[in-house]
Design a protein around this ligand. Sequence first.
Ligand code: SF4
Length: 358
Amino acid sequence: MATTGAKLAPPLMGQVFDGPSGYTGVAATPEWAQEVKRLARERNATILAHNYQLPEIQDVADHVGDSLALSRIAAEAPEDTIVFCGVHFMAETAKILSPEKTVLIPDQRAGCSLADSISANELRAWKAEHPNAVVVSYVNTTAEVKALTDICCTSSNAVDVVASIDPDREVLFLPDQFLGAHVKRVTGRANMEIWAGECHVHAGINGDELTEQARSHPDAELFVHPECGCATSALYLAGEGAFPADRVHILSTGGMIDAAKAAAERSSRSGGKDAATQVLVATEVGMLHQLRKAAPGIDFQAVNDRASCKYMKMITPAALLRCLVDGADEVHVDPETAALGRNSVQRMIAIGNPGGGE
Ligand code: SF4
C-alpha cells in the first residue's frame, strides 16, 4: 500500500494509505470530524454527501441528498469550493451547473458502472446509425455523454420526457435497460431503442427475491426510490406485479423520509395498530441511515442487503481528509462539453417533475 502526500495536522497524525479499494488509515473519530470541519472552513468549502455514502460521511456533511438536489445546492452555495462526496458523474454534474466553482471529489476513482456502460464513442456510433433520432439519457452518464444528448431525464420524469417527443421521431434511450423497459411499457412507444446498460447493484434486486420478500413480510410496505439506478429493476418488477401494488410506494428521497415520519406518527397514535411498522427499502443500503434517523420506531430493512455500491463506499474518512488537506481530486469538465451538457440537463429540469436524480 502506498502512502499519499497528505500531511495531517494535529491532533490527527495518522497516515492515509492508498489501496486498491480506496484511501484507508483514518478512523471516523470526533477529532476527525472536527478536523474535517475546520479544514472545510479554511478552504471556504461546503461538503455535500449523497444518500448512499457511509453514515460517518453523511453525518459530517453540510448537506445530504440525491444528486440533482445536491447539484442545485452546489450552484446556490455561497462557498467557492464544493466537496462532493458521491460518485464521479455526480461531481461532474455539479461542475456543469457551477462552472465557476472549484469542485473536489475525495476519490476520483469512485465511478459508476451504469455511467460506464456507454462511452461517448459508442454513443456517437449509435447516433450515426439513427441520424434522426432524439437521444434521451438518464442522469447517470458522463459529461461527454450528456454533451451528445438531447434531453437528460431522471426516473421521475423519464416517462414525461419521452412522451414530450414527437411520436414520429425515433428515440434512443440510454444507458439503463430497466428504466428504458419501464418507460417503453408505460408510453407504449414502438419507435424506441434501448441501450443494454445496467448498474452492478441491479443484479441484487430481482423478481424472485421481491416476490419472496412480499410473501415472508405480509404486513410490510415497500419503498422504491425511482431516481436510483440500483432500484430501477425493482420499479420494473413492481410494475409487473411481483409485489402487491397497494403496498408499493414509489417515492423520492424526500418523499421517503416524509412517508417514514408520517407512518411513525400514525403508528404511535394508534399504539402500533394503524401503520406499517416494517418497511422494505428497494435501493442502495446507504439510504437506510437517513430513514432510521427520521423514524426510529420503524423497522427499515433492505430488500437486498448486498445492494451496496462499492464506488460510493470509496469515499472514506481517509479520502475526505486527504481531499481537504491536498485540495484533491479536482473535477474538470471542458467548457464546450459543459455548455452542451448543461443544455441537456436544463431541458430535463423543464419537463415534468424531475425529482432529485439518483
Ligand atoms: S448504485 Fe449503481 S447506479 Fe448508483 S452510483 Fe453505484 S454503480 Fe452507479
